[in-house]
Ligand binder design. Structure first.
Ligand code: NAP
Length: 516
């Protein structure tokens, strides 16, 4: 059993009661009374709030400032509050392990527990800076001092690769225990706490009431990350890159997994660093088959790192990914074998052909201008050159543009020659026009004309200034959302073996962008 706990951090009884009410409605399974947030702390206030939490079970905590507490209450009062909570029937009280060690504190708590054996004692250790020197040793020490304790070990992950020690502890230790990581890099440990069997994971009512760095809201955990459906067999997927905070992948893929009732969960995997960090992450997940990682969407800056990792580990590389020299999708099988794919290529072609209602063969006669020479441009150029289209690449950095043109046997022109284009299809593969840069366009309206088709790979916003200008001039337009949905649909098929419902995907993405 993993409780979804919501911390109650109101500074007075009225505010705390409001939070309790909201948390109950939002679906909290356990409430943590963070009594250190109260402006006026007394045992009677705590008893009142415990009653307000009913019928939900409750953890009473009065955190020491040294371990993240909000107010500097004296030790005697903090321990007194916890003893009173035990007498009042709280299901759990949480005391810092360090503060349990002094004989007078220990005696007070143990006497109360002896009288009310229903309450369980959580002994917690926090490291707000970094990993513990040895998380297993601390766990052992806690249990040797008080074998009936529920150890709670929480530390800041400065990189996603720091999370694995928490996973290992949960995997290796039996009984009830709590372990996860704080900070953005520790996010996945909060989401998969239920899969890993941590007794509790914490989520806040809203962004403002979070009590620790990296805490998700209860809505995110339940709606986006399928908390109610997660179990120990849940297969894991995710978008790997830096940054991934803005990615629509988790919302889209999790909604689709949910629709097909698949026991699968898609995570945001913020993977900072380069090739070395990427390889470390992959080695760690492959060494821990019990995590059940099965696939990844790969985004900047790791598309080439992904391909090189698969090459190094003698995995299978789909010919398109090899040709583009970048992978945007990885699969990991049950034996840890990895394979690489690129769905950007098919996604771009599908977006063009389905929107313009033409076949791939028809593209052979097209005169196409591509702006940009980065990752997306590579996939677009590879796809179009396969159809036999005549392509000219325009790029700011001449060398990069020329190299791409040489590789795919196309023409190259510097960006300042763009106003003279005479293309039937113009494709923007740069980030110009992407949120928040929405007032910019890679090409002024005066150079756009009727009879031309314009494809903008930027999908946030879907209607970029370039596309609006093109539509005003009577040109046909293809938006980046179509490409996003097509490539995500192809990934979904790789992840599940089933055809994606791209109409449902597009609606999910549009709804999500409208809410932002
Ligand atoms: P990338 O590898 O970093 O390449 C960016 C390209 O844009 C480079 O050619 C760069 O030119 C050019 N560029 C950036 N800022 C510019 C500026 N101010 N002026 C002129 N050129 C500029 O990025 P990517 O992975 O190819 O992604 C590019 C865009 O594609 C993203 O921003 C995103 O909007 C879109 N995208 C769409 C989808 C989809 O499914 N629809 C998927 C992924 C990405 P230099 O070579 O001179 O640096």
């Amino acid at each position: 059993m993993t409780y979804l706990a919501v911390p109650i951090s109101g500074e007075n009884v009225k505010k705390a009661k409001q939070q309790i009410k909201t948390a109950k409605v939002a679906g909290a399974e356990l409430l943590e009374l963070r009594t250190d947030y109260l402006e006026e702390l007394s045992t009677s206030v705590v008893e009142t709030l415990i009653k307000a939490c009913r019928p939900l079970p409750v953890i009473v905590t009065c955190r020491d400032v040294a371990q993240g507490g909000a107010r500097a209450y004296p030790s005697l009062l903090r321990v007194g509050v916890l003893a009173a909570a035990i007498y009042a029937g709280a299901e759990f009280v949480d005391l810092e392990y360090e503060n349990f060690l002094p004989a007078q504190n220990q005696e007070k708590i143990l006497v109360a527990l002896a009288k009310h054996s229903r309450t369980r004692l959580i002994l917690s250790v926090h490291n707000f800076r970094t990993r513990f020197e040895s998380i297993t040793r601390i766990n052992r020490d806690i249990l040797s001092v008080y074998p009936a304790a529920i150890p709670k070990l929480v530390y800041t992950a400065n990189h996603i690769n720091d999370c694995f020690e928490a996973f290992d502890l949960l995997r290796q230790s039996g009984g009830e225990r709590i372990a996860f990581c704080m900070g953005q890099a520790g996010l996945i440990s909060r989401i998969i706490a239920k899969k890993m069997g941590s007794l509790v994971t914490f989520a806040s009512i809203d962004d403002k009431s979070a009590t620790a760095p990296g805490q998700l809201t209860i809505e995110e955990l339940k709606e986006t990350y399928r908390f109610d459906k997660i179990d120990s067999d849940t297969e894991l997927y995710g978008v790997m890159g830096s940054p991934v905070g803005h990615s629509l992948g988790p919302v889209v893929h999790n909604k689709c997994f949910s629709k097909m009732r698949a026991n699968k969960l898609y995570l945001p995997i913020q993977l900072d660093g380069g090739k070395e960090e990427f390889e470390t992450f992959m080695q760690k997940i492959i060494a821990r088959r019990w995590l059940h990682f099965r696939g990844f969407s790969i985004t900047l800056p790791h598309k080439q790192n992904a391909l090189s990792f698969v090459r190094k580990s003698s995995g299978v590389i789909e010919s398109l990914a090899a040709k583009i020299d970048a992978a945007n999708t990885l699969l990991v099988d049950r034996h840890g074998k990895v394979s690489a794919y690129n769905t950007d290529y098919a996604g771009a072609l599908e977006a063009i052909t389905s929107t313009l209602k033409i076949t791939n063969a028809k593209l052979a006669g097209f005169n196409v201008s591509v702006i940009g020479a980065g990752g997306v441009a590579r996939a677009v150029v590879a796809g179009l050159s396969d159809t036999g289209a005549t392509i000219t690449i325009y790029n700011r950095t001449v060398e990069r543009g020329r190299n791409l043109a040489d590789e795919f046997d196309c023409d190259f022109k510097p960006l300042d020659e763009l106003p003279g284009i005479n293309a039937e299809l113009l494709i923007n593969c740069t980030s110009i026009g992407m949120h928040p840069d929405v007032k910019h366009s890679p090409l002024s309206k005066k150079y756009l004309r009727k009879g031309m088709a314009v494809f903008d790979t930027v999908y946030n916003p879907a209607q970029t200034l370039l596309l609006k200008s093109a539509a005003d001039k009577g040109a046909k337009t293809v938006d980046g959302l179509s490409m996003f949905v097509s490539q995500a649909g192809a990934q979904f098929k790789l992840f599940t073996g089933q055809q994606a419902n791209t109409r449902f995907m597009r609606k999910t993405v549009s709804d999500c962008m409208a809410r932002k």
